[in-house]
Design a binder for this molecule. Structure first.
Ligand SMILES: [Fe+2]
Ligand SMILES: [Fe+2]
Length: 242
């Protein structure tokens, strides 16, 4: 065996383990975030549907955390649960708290959960590993609902004439939705088709899903509630021309 190049088995194990450890950390953060947002949503006049939905989402994410940790442990990351969510908040500290909460709901649900749903849908199409399929299926079922919460909250705020500021901060929201350099193809992970059966996707496909979901679902959703997407669309075209 070559000392520098990992074997396919090593590559698969490293990549799958890293994916599920990353997901475990993301679910830990999502659990804390939804629990806090549920309280803030109630304090800021959100609809009962959204407040209850955020409470339920916190419980969903705690369940996801444990499901993801189980897969991570099987693939070589037994300590994925050892993660403390950062205390940093999304948005600007000088903002009206209600606007800041809307920024956060849009970032987390309308963009984050929508994007996650699209990625996991494609992962589920290619995955053949039974445990990964079952886990993806369960996560997906809930993330679809979490995405809807964001759209419901945004629609409710727009109906009260709020959220105009989103037009100007859309590029910041998009910037935060990807790892630095992701769209430009910096640090592309080594790929092998042997990764598909574990639900992994190659970089060009990830970018395509990001672009398509942003254009066909996210921007379309903003358009539907009268949030001007021109700055957001320009941001995407600049970084990832069609
Ligand atoms: Fe989740
Ligand atoms: Fe979620």
């Amino acid at each position: 065996m070559n000392a520098v190049q990992p074997s396919i088995d090593e590559l698969v194990r490293a990549r799958v383990g890293a994916t599920w450890a990353f997901r475990t950390r993301a679910e830990i953060e999502a659990t804390a975030r939804f629990a806090r947002m549920a309280i803030e949503l109630q304090e800021n006049g959100a609809t009962p549907f959204v407040v209850t939905g955020a409470h339920d989402a916190a419980a969903d994410e705690a369940r996801h955390r444990d499901l993801c940790a189980r897969v991570a442990a099987k693939w070589g990351h037994p300590n994925a649960l050892d993660h403390t969510p950062p205390r940093t908040r999304i948005g600007r500290s000088d903002m009206d708290p209600r606007d800041r909460l809307l920024w956060e709901m849009v970032s987390v649900c309308c963009i984050g959960e929508t994007m996650n749903t699209a990625l996991m849908t494609r992962s589920l199409e290619v995955a053949r590993d039974e445990e990964i399929r079952t886990t993806l299926h369960e996560l997906l079922r809930d993330e679809v609902v979490h995405a809807r919460l964001g759209w419901a909250h945004l629609a409710a705020e727009r109906s009260q004439g709020r959220g105009e500021f989103l037009r100007d901060v859309l590029p910041l929201l998009l910037e935060a939705s990807v790892e630095p350099g992701f769209l430009e193809g910096k640090d592309i992970a080594v790929w092998s088709d042997a990764l598909y059966p574990y639900g992994e996707l190659p970089w060009p496909e990830l970018v395509q899903i990001y672009r398509d979901t942003m254009n066909l679902v996210v921007f379309a959703g903003f358009d539907a509630v009268g949030v001007d997407t021109s700055k957001g669309r320009a941001w995407l075209e600049e970084r990832s021309p069609a």
